[in-house]
Design a protein around this ligand. Structure first.
Ligand code: ADP
Ligand code: ZN
Length: 721
């Protein structure tokens, strides 16, 4: 009898497949293996659990066992857990782990040279310089040695030919040396010391716990958790720091280096394959002690992880809505639980979920009430746009304009926040009223004037702005409706022609590099007025900023999303929190047409606790998350009728249960995306209900989707469009 093992492969199937083990191969769960799959080969992982009966004639042999470290028990349990919770195929979760193919092979050693002691023929100055350095017997790379000696590599190669140096294999060096906890500790304030002490009391390196570190913007949360990291490092454990935005990591890495004398490994979509390989390998071997990265870094195979920090834990960027729908904040807590380690959630505006978990005693709560040093939170005020409206066709009220003038006079910095990319959200023909709409999506095209394009923000389709209206043929016909950041910039340029203005929006040409450069320029005070989308709202430290004007504070309150109030509160609080971070008086102005709205009132009045109390109570009454559970099913297809009828048939076969309600299918608010018609079902259940189990049963009996129809499941949805 041939021995078989279950192997999980990174494709969307229900579970592992059985494979035959060659006689000379010794395997254990967690081993990475190369297996045939259809006509190709893939890397899979030997999994746990029993075997499926399989026709011996169909059984195929494992091709190769990779020599890299196996995936740990914890990691395999984590993968299974995420798959079960998100109702995703485990293979698709595994795919997020297997993101560095080169790292499964033995590492290619680096070629280096060492001194042999042989005599140098014709001792030139250049040769002498090289020998002088190499004499102590330390191995060098060729280019490193040449560079240090100030000569060209040909000199080094010449000496090698002569036998004075000889080639050797050097082990690859760690990307970063381990953090030095004594490198440059900061003197914490009394408040901060107290917070740190609480943290350390709560957090035991080998015990699962969750602590919410809540502190107003600029209170020194980062400084405090840096000190908490030292405990983890001292106990010989690795740490993971999750950050919501790549643009943030650059300044974060610098800050970390200032404190610990070395940089953390980086992990996000922008790093090179070579770096990806190194980080994956060295996190597994333990050479790399700390990683700062995007949500995907949760799936790195840490050797001895001892602490996970989730910075800006409320941030929507933690939610992945693609293939496996998951919230990295929640999965970080799960990983902490499986791996028995503390998890630290940080925010100035925690999610309602985390606050409720504090109230229920599941999470510890540590607070920082004051800003560091003499920095004060900005004075906030509402500009009632009904009383102080901007001039026709303009978006800045006289009140805000006046404040900007004052700030410019004082040579300080102002931020104008508008969460809308492009020139205008809607463009139409002045003569016939034709609206420019995307061909693939039910969405207006957004004019981008800098690029002279009309663009769809859902599928990215872009076309040049036409000279003539496609409907009535009128020349020079476009009218912009409403403001985007580009239009606001135009207004600012007209009103404050002398000011140095920077627009910060995720879609500006130049990508991440330019974004980082501009964030740096702003921090150095190289701009007077910053116009930005939500990108500027997050965690940045802008020491010269003393005014934040929110151009449209109402934006986002109107949509039917159950989290609209929470989101708006968080965003407005974060963005106004960019002002006054280095002392002195600062101001935040909220332009609003509904100044009496409770969210606007709570922000302006600084009534943080009041907001949380009311919002938590209203969630409780409606039994919305976290008091009830939600899941969404999105059915899409190229043919509208096909998609709709599948969604209806799904609804018809759902198992009856008094504890759960199914709403829909309804046409999605954005009913067409990338030429696919979309329908949504929403499932609402009691907190204690085993939603996943019920849904699993449902999908077992449901008809399989046919043709172009696709089904996506979103447990704990954050988006409802
Ligand atoms: P948060 O993460 O809460 O927004 P930060 O940790 O970024 O706050 O701190 C805000 C600013 O104050 C940073 O520039 C930080 O370096 C500085 N800061 C905070 N605490 C201290 C401290 N104890 N000593 C020196 N600087 C501090
Ligand atoms: Zn589109």
């Amino acid at each position: 009898m041939t021995e078989t093992v279950p192997v999980l492969v990174p494709i969307p199937t229900e579970g592992p497949y059985s494979y035959a083990v060659p006689d000379d191969m010794d395997l254990a769960p967690g081993n990475l293996v190369q297996v045939p799959l259809g006509s190709r080969q893939v890397t899979g992982v030997v999994w746990d659990g029993g075997e499926n009966a399989i026709d011996p004639k169909k059984l195929r042999f494992i091709v190769e066992k990779h020599q890299c470290l196996p995936l740990s028990d914890d990691m395999r349990r984590f993968i299974d857990w995420v798959a079960a919770y998100t109702l995703s195929p485990p293979g698709m979760v595994l795919r997020m782990v297997l993101r560095a193919p080169a790292a499964y092979q033995p590492e290619t050693p680096i070629e280096g040279v060492v001194y042999t002691g042989a005599e140098v023929e014709r001792l030139t100055k250049a040769r002498a310089a090289v020998v002088e350095l190499a004499k102590d017997g330390v191995a060098w790379t060729r280019s490193g040695l040449a560079h240090a000696a100030g000569v060209s590599t040909s000199v080094v190669k010449g000496l090698e030919k002569m036998g004075v140096l000889k080639a050797i294999q050097l082990p690859a060096r760690p990307i970063h040396s381990p953090p030095d906890i004594d490198y440059k500790p900061v003197e914490l304030t009394d408040d901060q010391k107290q917070a740190l002490q609480h943290l350390e009391e709560n957090m035991n390196q080998d015990e699962f716990s969750v602590t919410l570190l809540e502190g107003v913007t600029g209170s020194g949360k980062t400084e405090v958790y840096f000190e908490a990291l030292t405990k983890c490092f001292r106990e010989g454990r690795q740490a993971l720091i999750l950050l919501p935005e790549i643009a943030l990591t650059a300044s974060f890495l610098d800050r970390f280096e200032q404190r610990f004398g070395t940089r953390p490994g980086e992990w996000h979509s922008e790093i090179s394959p070579k770096m990806r390989e190194k980080v994956w390998r060295q996190i597994g071997s333990g050479e790399l002690r700390v990683v700062a990265g995007a949500r995907s870094s949760l799936y790195l195979p840490f050797k001895e992880l001892g602490l996970i920090v989730v910075d800006e834990e409320h941030d929507l960027a933690y939610k992945q809505e693609d293939r496996v729908f998951y919230n990295a904040r929640d999965m970080a807590v799960v990983r902490g639980q499986i791996g028995k380690m503390p998890v630290l959630l940080c925010s100035a505006t925690p999610s309602i979920e985390s606050r409720v978990n504090v109230n229920l005693g599941r999470y510890f709560h540590v607070k920082l009430e004051n800003r560091f040093g003499d920095a004060q939170l900005p004075d906030l005020a509402i500009v009632d746009m009904r009383r102080d409206p901007p001039p026709r066709g303009r978006f800045l009220s006289p009140v805000l304009s006046q404040k900007i003038t004052e700030v410019l006079d004082r040579k300080e910095q102002a931020l104008l926040f508008l969460n809308r990319r492009g020139y205008a959200p809607l463009t139409l023909c002045r003569v016939c009223g034709h609206r420019f709409e995307c061909n693939n999506c039910s969405a207006w095209l957004v004019e981008h004037r800098f690029r002279k394009q009309l663009q769809c923000h859902h599928c990215g389709e872009a076309r040049p702005v036409p000279e003539h209206c496609p409907e009535c043929g009128t020349l020079d016909h476009l009218v912009a409706c409403g403001p985007g950041v580009e239009r606001l910039a135009e207004e600012v340029l007209e009103a404050f022609p002398e000011a140095r203005t920077i627009i910060l929006s995720s879609d500006m040409a130049g990508g991440v590099k330019r974004m980082r450069a501009e964030l740096e320029a702003i921090a150095k005070g190289e701009a007077d007025i910053v116009i930005g989308t939500q990108l500027v709202a997050k965690g940045h430290h802008f020491p010269f900023m003393t005014l934040v004007g929110v151009v449209d504070a109402d934006l986002g309150l109107a949509n039917g999303d159950p989290r609209a109030a929470e989101r708006t509160f968080q965003l407005l609080h974060q963005v106004t929190g960019r002002a006054g971070r280095s002392g002195g008086k600062s101001t935040g102005l909220l332009q609003s047409y509904q100044p009496e709205h409770p969210v606007i009132q709570a922000i302006a009045g600084g009534d943080h606790e009041g907001f949380y109390e009311r919002e938590i109570e209203s969630r409780r009454l409606a039994s919305l998350p976290p008091f009830g559970r939600l899941a969404a099913i999105i059915v899409s297809g190229q043919d509208r009728r096909e998609a709709e009828s599948y969604a209806k048939s799904l609804r018809l076969c759902c198992p009856k249960n008094g504890e759960v309600r199914v709403l829909g299918p309804a046409e999605a608010p954005i009913h067409l995306v990338r030429s696919r018609y979309r329908f949504r079902l929403l499932i609402h259940a009691q907190r204690s209900f085993d939603l996943q189990n019920w849904m699993r049963g449902w999908f077992l009996t449901a008809p399989k989707p046919r043709g172009s129809v696709r089904v996506q499941i979103d447990v704990d949805p954050q988006s409802f469009v």
